[in-house]
Design a protein around this ligand. Structure first.
Ligand code: ADP
Length: 397
């Protein structure tokens, strides 16, 4: 019997989806994936097969609301699945707070908790929760599972998660949570399959996409990461600052009379690679540009990765391996070589040929620390968690 698993990764103006099929609870197999873009403007639905062939396309007038978009998606998926039945939906939810260290089946009480976390991630959490609420109305019998970007980092100890703030703020939940956890968890599992002896050591994973962060993973468990209270800290990103002296915010407020909203826009949407280069937030464009500020932005990105690599290695008492993943990490030999060359002092040594060829292992045979390129798959991680949770419910029942 084939079960359909719908995976939703919802953002403010677009929702990505993937549909997996699991036969008798086996490993989920990707059946199709796509997205609805332009939500609130001119929504457009596209679905593709795993090899990229177009399976479906649809456009709406701007007035279409999220619920009717989701209703269309559900109808399309049911038709696409044929004999298989849609059994469960798994969602990427950015924040699970202190409570959730693992995925959870969403019921009214869980939803109440997740809504309570909105102030901790106001730009993401509401968009993640909206399709869960809409699906509950459209398909009341469909179990829904929330998978959290923060959950993998719940293993971080108090020293790694604490800011030196007065206790009352800490008690309110102002601490480092860390994000991109589904990606790190996937990479930790893949590394255990590819190189088990490496996976049981001290590994730093560099998730370098439009959003970028790094995570120290010791024997498969997250020890520390570069993102903090929000997904703004750590590495510079496409349009986000990364690490910033909090005094700069006071300066913007007091000397520049900027409002909180203006500062939010500056830090989230106008900074990072875009702000520094004045050219683009896209790494490919920067690398092709002759503008000296574009080169500076690329150099700063590599430099910050190097600084964080030292810090995360210190948190683990040393380093055995580095893994590159996500858009830039998986596809840019130049950035990988830049990071590895700069970190030669840690025992890293890039094998230029393997790196250019995009091989899985890109360190030289004599390097004390190995280096790897492993494509991430957050959607598969969500589908697997969702399948596991449904299986465990059947066992309990
Ligand atoms: P997201 O965080 O949106 O999922 P991705 O993981 O897709 O982002 O990464 C997007 C980033 O990857 C962009 O900055 C893009 O320029 C960069 N990228 C994609 N391909 C390459 C490449 N061949 N070389 C350098 N950067 C690349």
């Amino acid at each position: 019997m084939s079960d359909g698993i719908l995976v939703i990764n919802a953002g403010s103006s677009s929702s990505k989806f993937s549909v997996y099929v699991s036969d008798n609870g086996d490993e989920p197999q990707l059946s199709c994936k796509g997205q609805i873009e332009g939500i609130g403007v001119a929504p457009c639905f596209v679905a593709r097969s795993p090899d990229g062939a177009l399976l479906g396309e649809h456009r709406w007038a701007a007035s279409a609301d999220r619920k009717s978009l989701l209703a269309y998606l559900l109808g399309w998926i049911e038709h696409h699945l044929g004999d298989a039945e849609l059994k469960v939906a798994g969602h990427r939810v950015v924040h699970g707070g202190r409570l959730y260290a693992a995925p959870v089946l969403v019921d009214d009480a869980v939803m109440e908790e997740l809504v309570r976390l909105i102030p901790l991630a106001p730009l993401h959490q509401p968009h993640n929760l909206a399709p869960i609420q809409a699906l509950a109305q459209l398909h009341p019998g469909l179990p829904q599972v929330a998978c959290f970007d923060t959950a993998f980092h719940r293993s971080n100890d108090m020293l790694a998660t604490t800011f030196a703030l007065p206790r009352w703020l800490i008690d309110e939940g102002v601490q480092r949570y860390g994000f991109h956890g589904l990606s790190y968890e996937y990479i930790a599992q893949r590394l255990r399959q590819i190189a088990p002896e490496v996976a049981s050591g001290r590994v730093v994973v560099c998730h370098l996409g439009s959003g970028a962060s790094m995570c120290a993973i010791k024997d498969g468990r997250s020890v520390a990461s570069t993102m903090g209270f929000t997904a703004l800290d750590g590495l510079p990103m496409g349009t986000r600052t990364g690490q910033l002296d909090a005094g700069v915010i006071l300066y913007l407020l007091q000397e520049k009379q900027m409002t909180a909203k203006e500062i939010e826009t500056l830090l989230y949407h106008k900074s990072g690679l875009l702000g520094l280069s004045g050219v683009s937030n896209d790494m490919r464009v920067l690398m092709d540009s002759n503008d000296p500020h574009a080169r500076e932005a690329v150099d700063y990105f590599i430099y910050r990765i190097g600084r964080e690599l030292g810090s995360l290695s210190a948190a683990m008492g040393g380093l055995d391996a580095v893994v590159f993943t996500a858009g830039i990490g998986e596809r840019s030999p130049e950035i990988r070589a830049g990071v590895l060359d700069q970190a030669a002092w840690l025992g890293l040594d890039c094998d230029g040929t393997a790196n250019l060829a995009g091989q899985t292992r890109i360190s030289s045979a004599t390097a004390r620390c190995s280096a790897w390129v492993i494509p991430t798959d957050e959607e598969l991680m969500i589908a697997t968690h969702t399948r596991d949770l449904m299986k465990s419910r059947l066992v309990v029942a």
